[in-house]
Design a protein around this ligand. Structure first.
Ligand code: PLP
Length: 392
């Protein structure tokens, strides 16, 4: 089961908005991090907009009550047909390649667009989550701005926003500011801008010794530069961010039960009733999630390697020190709000977990556990095979 606390989401949202001393600031929650409609509604109640990466996320956002103009759609490598659907729904469109920009200009010259620029900066050290570097598939290289202008001019397009999103780990504020400078350079050549979107990449601590993005320092520096830019640009633009992880990671914990404690010649395994089907970040990104035995908070500690029940090597944590585990104990995984349930699957024909939201002291079930019917409802149970005698 996943459990999320709105109080933590709010604390992060408020912290972020307070870090920027600007009248026109818009935070668009990146809902791929945690896509439950109740969570979307909560961010709507805080005044947040929504960052979406698929037409399905756009539709869930609209169901959650967001106005189309509070939703920005930032897809990558989707078809022009999907983008047309987003146009019909009236949301903000962010385009990240020249081919689509050209097709879009041909079809919808009057529909304002945002352009995703790749500033070629390297945020963080992990190439799996860093998306702004030179070999990244995301964004239009800032070296290609002359091409952008040719297309925009040819179709008389309205560019209302300039965007970058560099990846998931801003460790060095100076690197982020370099990206911002590149974006300002590009932005000053467009005369009809309404906003500049700096994406996300705010890092939160997963381990005690982890560095986190210093939001207050970033806020102070960006605010100063943004005000200067607006002054030279001639009018006040909206500054946008689209954080996912920063807003929800720490709000969530994931609870699992220990099925077996298995001693091998070298290791003590705690095998739990979960696996990469429920939480894939440790296996996909080598991410660290703190794990605590909440059934036993005091007493002797031992070293365990926590593994899942999926027929794959699904190791959650190696050689973790925690209070002695008995079979049946409940373990809690920290930082389970972002990219955990939203990346869950039905691999091994297992059910995805329930989700619970704690809001003002009350707990609410916001996603029920799945059933066998959920698993097979999309299968078409054909009856077309005659028995075949296989003779050897
Ligand atoms: C995933 C994504 C985000 C959110 O990134 P976080 O690291 O979770 O803050 C923001 N913008 C875009 C375009 C994304 O794809």
């Amino acid at each position: 089961m996943y459990i999320y606390e709105t109080a933590v989401m709010k604390q992060q949202y408020v912290r972020l908005t307070k870090a920027f001393d600007l009248k026109k600031l818009k935070i668009n929650y990146a809902c791929k991090a945690l896509n439950n409609i109740a969570v979307l509604k909560y961010f709507k109640s805080l005044g947040s907009g929504l960052d979406t990466v698929s037409i399905q996320e756009v539709k869930i956002g609209l169901l959650a009550g967001f106005n189309p103009d509070e939703i920005i759609y930032t897809p990558n490598c989707v078809s022009i047909e999907e983008i047309s659907q987003a146009v019909e729904l009236g949301v903000k469109i962010n385009i990240d390649n020249l081919s689509i920009l050209e097709q879009f200009g041909h079809l919808y010259p009057d529909y304002p667009v945002c352009i995703r620029i790749n500033p070629h900066i390297m945020a963080g050290g992990n190439s799996k989550i860093s998306v702004g570097h030179i070999d990244s598939k995301f964004g239009i290289s800032f070296h290609q701005t002359p091409h952008i202008h040719r297309i925009v001019k040819a179709h008389n397009m309205i560019v209302e926003g300039i965007h970058m999103h560099t990846g998931s780990d801003i460790l060095d504020i100076e690197v982020f500011l370099q990206g911002a400078e590149i974006l300002f350079q590009v932005a000053k050549e467009f005369t009809a801008l309404q906003y500049i979107d700096f994406g996300s990449g705010f890092k939160v601590p997963y381990k005690e010794e982890d560095i986190e993005t210093d939001i207050e320092e970033l806020g102070e520096k960006i605010t100063k530069r943004f005000k200067e830019f607006c002054k030279s640009y001639g009018h006040d633009l909206t500054l946008m961010f689209e954080p996912g992880k920063f807003l929800v990671s720490q709000s969530g914990i994931f609870l699992v039960k220990v099925n077996v404690v298995k001693q091998t010649t070298s290791t003590v395994f705690a095998g739990v009733d979960s696996g990469l089907n429920h939480l894939i970040r440790p296996m996909l990104y080598d991410s660290y999630h703190k794990i605590v035995n909440i059934s036993k908070t005091e007493g002797r500690s031992r070293i365990y390697t926590v593994v899942g029940y999926i027929c794959e090597t699904d190791t959650f944590g190696v050689n973790r020190k925690m209070t002695e585990i008995n079979e049946g104990d409940i373990l809690a995984f920290y930082n389970a709000g972002a990219y955990c349930h939203s990346m869950a699957s039905n691999y091994n024909s297992r059910y995805r977990p329930a989700e619970v939201l704690i809001h003002e002291g009350q707990d609410y079930l916001i996603r029920r556990r799945e059933t066998l019917d959920d698993l097979i409802q999309t299968h078409v149970n054909v009856d077309i095979f005659d028995k075949v005698e296989v003779t050897v």
